[in-house]
Ligand binder design. Structure first.
Ligand SMILES: [Fe+2]
Length: 566
């Protein structure tokens, strides 16, 4: 066996397929398939992401010590069959669709790996929540921590509580299907007229505009016990009947679901706010329970619900956990990274030597590829180097231009963190509308985040904890609030990413430069994509998005192009 013992982790066949490669105890590469096949949330076998990971590591599939899969397909099938049988005959309408979605390639992964990659070595299947837990703890900087995973559902588990010590994870308590915070959130998301698995972030944003006037009703629908466990009332949410997310009782109480794209009323805003408040209270209860059974003060978190940053931002101030690490790819894509790390430690028995201090685990592209993409689109770039590139970019952002920023390796996970970002001036009170109308074409209630120099946090935000993955909301201090109208949300908070000089390289330098120019060391940062499109990956994707929207300028590597340069 090679000393580095390369392990490939995979998550696929549900949504947001991904691959990750661990070698020598480090994540060498990780990427979501959607970035390559350009289908948002692409669920299929992630052949492009796998090819990229192997290429980045400089190995072939034959060199792999093992492939790790992020869940146990037969256990998942068992859950789906049993829950349908228990609800028979009410479940017969969804039986064929739901069960057939669980058949196929997922049950014959070793054969698929042989067919697609020529790989015939060891394949390890991990529990879905073990993959989530490993993605959080093994990527964290902590030697010892409590570990919480919360999502819709894996095989049976919907929530797990445990601990991580060194290279070991252990599980203490768990909740099982159908008692699920993630499924509850997704159910109400679909009733609110947003897409399951994609619309949850929109509901979190919409919640800022409503009042939690239905909170009592949510407590009727789902009981939250003192020990953090839940009991979902099936008369409101018949999850066991497969396919149906909310029942007739829910519709009788709150009316029919909102048609996608139709008007959003106070009822919808208040339902979003009530759901959000309920989720926050339930998570805090779970976190307090986890402290009770572990006595620890550091917490690692993963699972799709971990991306609800309005909820998780309350943890350090309202529970005994003073330090928090959330896996930035907290959803199922992160399961690829977690399962690969877990299996690497199981095979080698070696101690940890890596933590995830940035998300730049995807592909980078050289100057020739960038130049070719620009010239093929008929664009004639200026070439700028060093400080000149930073100055000219910062000056354009400060002038109110919307700038596409494409540098280095692509981020892993749902957030753009300065490698594939669109940047703008947070001081401009019209910038939200400009971005929505001209570039992003998204719902007007969705807020934008901001990237701030880490050392400027204490004089700008409360709390001022570092937030390298844009997984923290904070309140701008009064002296700053008036100056950054484009990134202050309806409830007076801002979603922020902190930038570290030693970690964030050219992006840190650019924001420093913008600070020197304007006296404000922060820029508005949103993902480099148009509506319903995955974040750009290649120079061709970036050029297509630049040309297809009303973005003002594109800075890609050392190249600058702009529209209306006069
Ligand atoms: Fe999950």
């Amino acid at each position: 066996m090679m000393p580095e013992t390369p392990v490939l982790g995979l998550s696929c066949w549900y949504h947001d397929a991904a691959a990750a490669l661990v070698s020598g105890g480090r994540v060498i590469a990780a990427a979501q398939e959607e970035r390559f096949d350009r289908r948002k949330g692409s669920p299929g076998f992630p052949i492009h992401a796998i090819d990229y990971c192997l290429r980045e590591a400089g190995i072939s599939a034959a060199d792999l010590a093992a492939v790790a899969f992020y869940e146990k397909p037969y256990a998942k099938l068992e859950r789906i069959l049993l829950s349908h049988l228990r609800a028979w005959p009410r479940s017969c309408s969804t039986f064929v669709d739901t069960v057939s979605a669980c058949l196929g390639d997922r049950l014959i992964l070793p054969l698929v790996l042989q067919r697609e990659l020529g790989f015939s070595g060891e394949v390890a299947f991990l529990r879905h929540h073990q993959s989530h837990a490993a993605s959080a703890f093994f990527a964290s900087p902590f030697d010892e921590a409590a570990v919480l995973t919360i999502d819709g559902v894996g095989e049976w588990a919907t929530t797990t509580m445990g601990t991580g010590r060194g290279a070991d994870l252990s599980f203490l308590e768990e909740l099982h299907f159908p008692d699920s915070l993630g499924l509850l959130y997704t159910a109400v998301t679909t009733w609110l007229g947003f897409e399951a698995l994609h619309g949850e972030g929109k509901v979190m944003a919409l919640a800022d505009f409503g009042e939690p006037s239905f909170l009592e009703s949510f407590h009727e629908m789902v009981a939250v016990r003192d020990d953090g466990s839940l009991a979902v009332d099936p008369s409101w949410f018949p999850f066991l009947e497969g396919g149906r997310m909310y029942g007739p009782r829910f519709v009788k109480a709150f009316g029919p679901a909102r048609e996608p794209g139709s008007e959003i009323t106070d009822l919808h805003r208040d339902m979003a706010a009530s759901l959000q408040r309920f989720l926050e209270e339930a998570i805090l209860q779970m976190v307090r329970r986890l402290h009770e059974i572990t006595g620890l003060r550091r917490l690692c978190l993963a699972g799709g619900v971990g991306l609800n940053i309005t909820a998780t931002s309350r943890i350090p101030d309202e529970t005994p956990f003073s330090e928090l690490f959330i896996q930035p790819a907290a959803g199922d894509a992160g399961g690829a990274l977690g399962s690969a790390l877990q299996v690497w430690h199981a095979i080698t028995g070696a101690q940890r030597c890596w933590s995830m201090d940035h998300a730049r685990l995807g592909p980078a592209f050289g100057r020739p590829a960038m130049e070719r993409a620009l010239r093929l689109a008929g664009l004639r770039p200026k070439t700028l180097e060093g400080e000149d590139l930073l100055q000219q970019t910062a000056e354009r952002v400060a002038r109110g231009l919307v700038v596409g920023w494409f540098q280095g390796r692509m981020e892993f996970g749902p957030r753009a963190l300065g490698s594939r970002s669109i940047l703008a001036d947070p001081r401009n009170p019209r910038m939200m509308d400009i971005l929505n109308e001209r570039v992003k074409h998204r719902e007007p209630f969705r807020p934008y985040g901001v990237s701030v120099l880490e050392e400027a946090l204490p004089e700008c935000f409360e709390p001022s904890r570092p937030s390298p993955f844009m997984l923290q909301v904070a309140r701008p201090l009064p002296s700053v609030r008036e100056r950054i109208p484009a990134v202050v949300h309806a409830n007076g908070t801002t979603r922020l990413q902190s930038l570290n000089a030693a970690v964030d390289g050219i992006y840190y330098d650019l924001v420093r430069c913008f600070g020197d120019l304007t006296g404000l060391p922060m820029v508005l940062n949103t993902s480099f994509n148009d509506r319903n499109e995955p974040i750009v990956c290649s120079p061709e994707d970036a050029v297509r998005c630049y040309v297809g929207t009303e973005m003002d300028a594109l800075v890609m590597g050392p190249f600058l192009v702009e529209k209306n340069a006069s």
